[in-house]
Design a protein around this ligand. Structure first.
Ligand code: 1CP
Length: 358
């Protein structure tokens, strides 16, 4: 069984200057795993809300390098996480394609939904996305110059399927009716949209890497909305296209995939999506993951954000269960999804202390 293989591994030496987070993504073992959290910068932190209040909308924050750099650094100063994630959003890609995007207070993102082939044809040249998002890449350069030397810098983008859901639904969705209908009824034209998003994402992520990003995460937050065949076509294949094209130019930059709520499709994903590590949601069963996924790829995750919000014994128990199952193999501690905005910041302190003291 795979666990037998894990028990004979010993913590491998980290070369001087290695960062814990990058070491884990290369398959290295450590006494305690590196830790960072999805949405570690954000509204649960009073210092974030203070900066946010000085901005003329959420996109203004994403496109002002000094402010975006500051909010990226805030959780690093407070908690000393092993990795910082660039502060931006997955919806800057539709913005760079000249689709109307705005963030409405209390309602979330609103986009001028694509409804026809003509709307697709009106989108702008995807190969220019990196240039159009130069302000975000400037944030990356600033971060690269100001992070502590032991802290890794993660760049990111939404994976094509998840970005397409927002572009066609016009915002967040519960049932993905419009995007699935388009993908099922007109797969060729939907495929053209996916290809454009792949192109824009490669351009944007290449620019982030050139500015100093040391690892990439692809967020496929709505991967769980698709049947198995559609999952292979619209989740795994486009993730692979992005990963292969990035790797051709930047072979040493690890790529983490996050196919949220993939369920059993996780198994085909790890074989075919071309990623170097996989981030797991809180639904993923730990023992099964330890025996069947972790022997193939480093894993990241998967504390329920609600356990972090709850705190106390519920939090401690959930942390310990994850550590007992996954800390024997290549592993990065994280949540199963982003930090919830009502989370007390001191629960995060407790989490970091417990993981590091395990
Ligand atoms: O005004 C605000 O402060 C808005 C809240 C907020 C924040 C803090 C949004 C709006 N985006 C972000 C930042 C963000 N988004 C980051 C960087 C910060 C960090 O992780 O520390 C990242 C990586 C994202 C990625 C993102 N945006 C995803 C993928 C991850 C996930 O949470 O599933 C998705 C789906 C989005 C879309 C988005 N951005 C914001 C909202 C409200 C939404 C919609 C979410 C939904 O449809 O449920």
């Amino acid at each position: 069984m795979a666990s037998a293989d894990q028990t004979i591994r010993t913590p491998s030496e980290m070369a001087p200057g290695d960062k814990k987070f990058l070491h884990a993504l290369k398959g290295g073992l450590q006494k305690t795993p590196p830790i960072w959290l999805m949405r570690q910068a954000g509204r649960y932190l009073p210092e974030y809300r203070e900066v946010r209040a000085t901005c003329d909308g959420f996109l203004d924050l994403c496109f002002t390098p000094e402010k975006a750099c500051e909010v990226t650094l805030q959780p690093i100063r407070r908690y000393g996480f092993d990795a910082a994630i660039l502060f931006s959003d997955i919806l800057v890609i539709p913005w760079a394609l000249d689709q109307g995007v705005r963030f409405v207070e209390g309602e979330g993102p609103k986009l001028d939904a694509l409804t026809s082939e003509q709307d697709l044809a009106a989108l702008s040249d995807p190969t220019k996305a990196g240039e159009k998002l130069a302000a975000v890449c400037e944030t990356v350069s600033k971060l690269s110059a100001s992070l502590p030397k032991e802290t890794a810098l993660i760049g990111f983008a939404g994976a094509p399927w998840t970005v397409a859901t927002y572009m066609i639904e016009g915002g967040s969705s519960r049932d993905f009716t419009k995007v699935k209908h388009w993908a099922f009824a007109q797969p060729e034209s939907f495929g053209r949209l996916i290809d454009m998003i792949v192109e824009a994402t490669v351009s944007y992520l290449s620019a982030q890497i050139e500015a100093g990003a040391e690892a990439i995460q692809l967020f496929d937050s709505w991967a769980g909305a698709l049947d198995a065949a559609s999952f292979d076509r619209w989740v795994s294949a486009p993730n692979r296209a992005v990963a292969e094209r990035l790797r051709a130019h930047h072979p040493t930059i690890p790529i983490i995939g996050f196919p949220r709520a993939a369920g059993m499709n996780l198994y085909s994903y790890i074989e075919t999506a071309g990623v170097d590590a996989v981030s797991l949601d809180q639904m993923a069963p730990l023992e099964l993951i330890r025996h069947t996924v972790q022997p193939k790829l480093p894993v990241q995750g998967n504390l329920d954000p609600l356990a972090l919000l709850t705190g106390g014994a519920a939090l401690d128990g959930a942390i310990d269960k994850i550590m007992e199952n996954l800390s024997g193999g290549p592993f990065v501690f994280n949540l199963g999804h982003g930090v919830i905005k009502e989370t007390p910041p001191e629960h995060v302190t407790r989490l970091v202390e417990r993981v590091r003291g395990f």
